[in-house]
Unconditional design. Structure first.
Length: 317
């Protein structure tokens, strides 16, 4: 597609730079290789060099630059944030007081995130150091990836459904893909493998309008909101634990004091806006941080309108 579009544009007399910017899951070493520990949901990427692979496919003269997709989305979201009409009046003072620090969360199947600095001229740039947030331990030895992405919601629903079946009930199984027959005949739902219960299944159960599925899904989503607040407070305090990729003192210091958290991905879906984010804000309020720490939904930023359809700045869904 890139080569085809390039030829079309060049025929019109334009000069095309042979350079491509690429955002993809995982963290990348100096040689462009994907750290296997950072792509648990896409094992095929482990140890590969996506930028080099694409350069080879494009041909001589092409250069591909790659960064983590969460960081790319963070930069785009922060850029929209500083372009908002109320930035100077509402946010500039907060950012000045905190060294321009902004953290972005865009959970999808996993947990995409990035840390950004807003400069005095309103330019944005990734903060130096590790951008790996997915393995920060939130509670009970469980990480952000395990608790705050679609994978984590699905696992919580699987555990709940196992207990449901022990009580002779089926709840989440009825909302799996291809479960229409199971909905008509609840007995069939007990034969649905538990691993088919995913994050989207939890969302469908919540939105179903049925009392018990909605209540059980809501409990999972509210817990996710409380876990999100725990993560935010760890970052604000600049102190926490990692499961896989250790942060040194500089990494924790780089996020300490952050008061603005941009959110996207599944947090902007109905279940996120109606349950997860209100629960997170309530937990922050109870901890005494109301008005001090700000969760900003990027789809409410005027500068973001229309951009989400052109680039994936809202994160995975």
């Amino acid at each position: 597609m890139i080569r085809k579009r390039t030829r079309e544009v060049e025929k019109r007399g334009w000069i095309v730079l042979r350079a491509v910017g690429m955002g993809a899951p995982g963290l990348y070493g100096q040689d462009g290789r994907v750290d296997p520990r950072t792509v648990p949901n896409i094992p095929g990427l482990a140890g590969k060099k996506p930028a080099k692979i694409l350069e080879g496919l494009l041909g001589k003269g092409w250069k591909v630059y790659i960064n983590n997709d969460g960081v790319v989305q963070a930069v785009a979201s922060a850029d929209a944030f500083v372009r908002s009409p109320d930035y100077g009046k509402k946010w500039s003072k907060v950012l000045t007081e905190t060294g321009g620090r902004v953290i972005y969360f865009g959970p999808g199947t996993g947990f995409g995130a990035g840390k950004i600095r807003v400069l005095e001229n309103r330019r944005v740039e990734p903060l130096p150091g590790s951008q790996a947030f997915f393995d920060i331990i939130i509670r009970d030895g469980k990480t952000a990836e395990a608790l705050l992405g679609g994978y984590g919601f699905g696992k919580a629903a699987q555990d709940r459904e196992k207990k449901n079946r022990e009580q002779g009930k089926v709840v989440f199984s009825r909302f799996t893909d291809g479960s229409e027959d199971a909905r008509r005949s609840p007995d069939r739902s007990t034969h649905v493998p538990l691993d088919r219960i995913s994050g989207p299944v939890v969302a469908r159960a919540y939105l179903s309008g049925e009392k018990e599925p909605k209540n059980q899904a809501e409990r999972i989503l509210k817990q996710a909101g409380r876990d999100l607040a725990r993560l935010i407070l760890q970052l604000y305090r600049g102190k926490g634990r990692k499961a896989l990729l250790d942060w040194d003192t500089h990494d924790w210091r780089s996020v300490k004091g952050t008061r603005v958290f941009l959110v996207a991905g599944l947090l902007l879906k109905p279940e996120g806006k109606q349950v997860i984010l209100p629960a997170a804000r309530e937990a922050l309020k109870r901890s005494g941080y109301a008005g001090k720490i700000h969760i900003v939904e990027i789809d409410r930023l005027p500068a973001m309108k229309g951009r989400e359809k052109k680039v994936g700045v809202w994160g995975a869904s």
